[in-house]
Every structure is written in structure tokens, then in C-alpha cells.
Design a protein around this ligand. Structure first.
Ligand code: AR6
Length: 176
């Protein structure tokens, strides 16, 4: 399979996916919140919060892994995206770190299928198209370098987010 075909879009709720890992857009405490973080904690159950308490938080751009508990996904990779504050505070680099570090954990663990939420694009206000370009560029670089993972799924919660990923893909691979 070509490297391009290892990247997929899915429009819907990330908690429904039976993959090796879903990637949560967490905050530095790792103790839950709103948005996709809240949805993942609600669906996984109390044990997820218990495991997260032992992780001692997470820095922006870093990632940590837990079990998936009641989720259909086997694991949750928790990463903390940057809060957008105009683009001059290294927000793009930090968002790139989130994707690189999450994919590095997946590779170390031998995970074959990983589904990302659109990190930082909700309450952290990172512009959607720019975020999609970073997500696709980092993931394409990773799958072009390594055998793992077999599939990277970008979960778009709404049609607007999906349109950003489609536009970003066309920009990055105009002939694909
Ligand atoms: N499945 C997939 N995507 C979702 C879901 C879902 N169930 N729910 C929301 N999204 P956000 P952030 C999309 O705000 O910007 C939390 O309180 C949503 O439409 O969840 O990184 C954390 O604890 C958007 O495209 O995360 C942090 O405090 C994307 O997920 C803070 O929010 C990310 O939106 C993190 O903010």
C-alpha cells in the first residue's frame, strides 16, 4: 500500500473507533476537561482518570499513553496542544511536536492503527486549516519514514473540519 493510502479521514465521534490508540486533545493536568477530552473520559470510565492521576500531568507538545478501559480503542494517547495566541509563540512547532511525539509512542508500542482528534482546534483556537496542514505533514513524514503505524486516521467532528483536511491534503499533495 502506498504511504498516501495509510492516511484516512473519518467524520464522526472518536470514541466510537476500535483502533489501537485514539489521541486525546488533553490539557496539562491530564485530569479531563470539555470537548473531545470530556467525551473520551466519559466513554472510558473512571479508571481512565485514576490512571491519569499517576501520570503527573504533561507538557505542551508532549504525549503520554494509557489504557482505553471501556472504550473500543485499546489505548489513549494524551497530548497537550498549544493555545493559539496569534502564531508568534511557536504554536505551529508545538502542534507539530504533539503529532511527532504521539506517533513516536505508537511506534515504540508497535501500534498499527492510530486515530487523531484535531488537536488545539476547539477551545484552544488554533486555525483549522493550518492545524490540518501540520497534522498531515507530520503524519505523512512519519509513515514515509517508518513501517508503523499501518493507518493514521484523522477524526473530523464536523464537515468544516473535514473540508480543512481535504484542502490541506490538496495543498500538500496536489497530484495525489
Ligand atoms: N470526537 C472527535 N472530535 C471531537 C469530539 C469527539 N467526540 N468532540 C470535540 N471534537 P477541543 P483543544 C473536536 O476543544 O482545542 C478540553 O477541555 C472539536 O470539534 O476538544 O485541543 C481539554 O481538557 C475540535 O475540532 O480540544 C483542554 O482544556 C477538536 O476536537 C482543551 O479542551 C479539538 O477541540 C483542549 O482544547
Amino acid at each position: 500500500m502506498s504511504n498516501e493510502h495509510r492516511l484516512l479521514l473519518f467524520e464522526g465521534n472518536i470514541v466510537t473507533l476500535a483502533v489501537d490508540a485514539i489521541v486525546n486533545a488533553a490539557n496539562k493536568s491530564l485530569l479531563g476537561g470539555g470537548g473531545v477530552d470530556g467525551a473520551i473520559h466519559r466513554a472510558a470510565g473512571r479508571q481512565l482518570l485514576d490512571e491519569c492521576r499517576d501520570l503527573n500531568g504533561c507538557r505542551v507538545g508532549q504525549a503520554k499513553i494509557t489504557a482505553g478501559y471501556k472504550l473500543p480503542a485499546k489505548h489513549v494517547i494524551h497530548t497537550v496542544g498549544p493555545i493559539w495566541s496569534g502564531g508568534n509563540s511557536k504554536e505551529p512547532e508545538k502542534l507539530g511536536d504533539c503529532y511527532r511525539n504521539s506517533l513516536a509512542i505508537a511506534r515504540d508500542m508497535g501500534l498499527k492503527t492510530i486515530a487523531f482528534s484535531a488537536i488545539s482546534t476547539g477551545v484552544y483556537r488554533f486555525p483549522g486549516l493550518k492545524a490540518a496542514e501540520i497534522a498531515l505533514t507530520e503524519s505523512f513524514n512519519h509513515v514515509s519514514t517508518y513501517d508503523h503505524p499501518a493507518q493514521v486516521i484523522f477524526v473530523c467532528f464536523d464537515a468544516k473540519t473535514r473540508a480543512y483536511y481535504e484542502e490541506a491534503w490538496t495543498k500538500i499533495h496536489p497530484n495525489a
